[in-house]
Design a binder for this molecule. Structure first.
Ligand code: ZN
Length: 354
């Protein structure tokens, strides 16, 4: 199989469904904003800070991985911080060849500077809109939709679900729960999920990353999630290529798995890119999608994730096209927009590379 060079990979149209706003800041921006708000960082050198993140995230522990967010969240408590980080977020996706992205974050973690929940969402949407306008003007248009996250270890998920409903016509396209999975099952937040279902707002749930099949089962069959964040542990229900009932449901109902190879290696949910379940699940016909999760914290981009799969798991351009089309099929924006992106942007982009 021919190797694909990085420039070609960068140009390929990409779609990312699982990427945290507070995990994807530019290191130099964290340094500048931290100085402005008087927050002390492990280092004020942007390159050293980038390395510090990856080192902390490489610990193989989801709880420690999540703890690195303290420093990005510290600079996202003001309107200025949110406007800037949201705008840069979009520009960084555009530079990575992303044509469709869903950004997610937890508004409840951005209230320390006195902003209200709606003010946080308004600021982020304004920053994203500014980024989309600049990216389009530069000839690299990218459509970004927002998922609001409730934190599973706290009790504001219903409030955040209300916020998602309130902002559904202002750029918010769905909902998620995030935070440490162990000990905080999704059904604890049934009130939020039932409300979203009544209001016809789609949602995904982080499940099957640190915790196994019961978490995925509950997210789908009790809470009603349309997609699963990570879901790597669905492989526990597959023996010698034979699917159990839950794995069969996930594949046959076309439930998208938002897989994040580098992040999964860092939290110990997978041993290597070569052995990451994304390849086996793709070959078994699951609707797998490729994602970055946290670009700063994991030191990655969509281009890098693609390069890793090409180099270490034997992926070709067709495989990259498959996961990109999969992502758009399961995106939370309206069908006509998704179809237009697939037919007018993604398929021609991959045809040119083949
Ligand atoms: Zn995540």
């Amino acid at each position: 199989m021919p190797r694909i060079d990085t420039d070609t990979l960068r140009r390929l149209p990409k779609a990312v469904l699982h990427d945290h706003l507070d995990g994807g800041l530019r290191p130099a921006t964290v340094v500048e904003l931290a100085e402005a708000v008087g927050h002390t960082l492990p280092t004020t050198d942007p390159d050293e800070l980038a390395a510090w993140y990856v080192e902390a995230a490489d610990s193989g522990d989801l709880v420690r991985y999540i703890a690195t967010f303290e420093h990005t969240l510290a600079v996202m408590q003001t309107r200025e911080g949110l406007l800037r980080t949201a705008e840069e977020y979009v520009l960084d996706l555009a530079a990575d060849g992303v044509v469709y992205g869903e950004v997610r974050y937890a508004p409840e973690l951005m209230l320390n500077g006195g902003l209200t929940l709606p003010e946080v969402v308004e600021a982020v949407q304004q920053g994203l809109a500014a980024g989309m306008a600049k990216a389009a003007a530069a000839g690299t248009p990218v459509r970004v939709g927002t998922l609001l996250c409730g934190m599973r270890m706290f009790d504001r998920t219903r409030e955040t679900a209300d916020l998602a409903v309130a902002f559904r016509d202002a750029g918010v396209v769905g909902f998620d729960i995030a935070g440490a999975e162990d000990g905080f099952p999704p059904a604890d937040h049934l009130d939020a999920f039932e409300h979203l279902r009544r209001e016809n707002v789609p949602f995904t749930i982080h499940a099957g990353e640190a915790h196994g099949l019961p978490s995925i089962h509950q997210a789908l069959q009790v809470c009603g999630a349309q997609r699963i964040g990570h879901g790597v542990r669905i492989t526990d229900d597959i023996v010698d290529g034979k699917l159990g009932r839950l794995a069969g449901w996930v594949r046959d109902r076309r439930v998208a798995l938002e897989m994040c190879p580098t992040s999964n290696l860092q939290t110990g949910a997978a041993a290597s890119v070569a052995e990451h379940p994304i390849t086996a699940l793709k070959d078994l016909g699951f609707r797998v999608t490729l994602n970055t999760d946290n670009r700063l914290v994991s030191g990655t981009t969509m281009t890098r994730e693609m390069a890793l799969l090409v180099e270490e798991a034997g992926w070709g351009v067709e495989d990259l096209r498959t996961v990109t089309v999969n992502a758009l099929k399961s995106a939370f924006v309206p069908f006509d927009e998704r179809r237009a992106l697939i037919e007018d942007v993604v398929l021609p982009g991959y045809a040119a590379a083949l």
